[in-house]
Ligand binder design. Sequence first.
Ligand SMILES: [Zn+2]
Length: 164
Amino acid sequence: MHSLLFQMMKHINITAKIDVCDYAELSPQDKSAVDAAKEATQTAYAPYSRFQVGAAVRLVNGTIVAGNNQENVACPSGLCAERTALFYANAHYPHAAVDTIAVAAYANGDYTDKPITPCGACRQVIVEAQSRYKHPIRMILYGKKEVYLVAQITDLMPLAFAEF
Ligand SMILES: [Zn+2]
């Protein structure tokens, strides 16, 4: 019975292509976004994790808005850098589509060697911004030794929850 069921099953294979480069290979525009994310790590409020994350949202009009993680002693009350920056951008520029989000992290006195990736909740929120503006949101995930370039957020969150 079990083997018969297995034969009837279809499969969906999910793949994501992520380009890997280093900072020097980025375009001047992308370097600016990464620089803003790196700078934002320095004013993060992260006394509990001591893991300072910065995010920079570049809108289609070229405006860059940065944010960082804001922690709270009541742990779930804080917010990640990505959502801090994105919500600020959407609040102040509700008619400008989001083009790119750069993320960087600083811990133990230096930027991380490897890129950090957004948590699931942030991915869900970024997916909705992509749908809202009908414009792919690129992600630039910074690490000192390598940088991940993601063509659109849905590459990082296949089968995201959506009403549509
Ligand atoms: Zn997050």
